[in-house]
Design a protein around this ligand. Structure first.
Ligand SMILES: [Zn+2]
Length: 97
């Protein structure tokens, strides 16, 4: 097996950390049915999460990198669950030809 890439590992850990900060701040929430993270569109919650990240970055990460990680995760999360929106589209389109 090739050795794990420590850089990649670190960025995954930072991503998980950013998700937990965003969840705690109420900026994102999980779809109860599918488990996908959704942005809740609350700018105050996002501001809280960014402040929390800057105030208490994980060990070995500087404040600006911690805040950048928050922004990266937010940028990758949509405002709706992909599985829920797929189902909505399927319901709108005719089932039979
Ligand atoms: Zn869903």
């Amino acid at each position: 097996m090739p050795p794990a890439n420590p850089r990649r590992q670190a960025s995954q850990n930072l991503e998980r950390w950013a998700i937990s900060i965003l969840r705690d701040a109420g900026a994102i929430s999980e779809c109860e049915e599918h488990g996908w993270m959704r942005e809740r569109g609350d700018p105050y919650a996002v501001a809280r999460a960014r402040r929390a990240a800057g105030d208490a970055p994980p060990r070995g990460v500087c404040s600006s990198d911690a805040i950048a990680a928050i922004d990266d995760v937010l940028g990758a999360i949509g405002d709706s669950c992909p599985d829920c929106s797929t189902r909505d589209e399927a319901e709108e389109s005719p089932r039979f030809k």
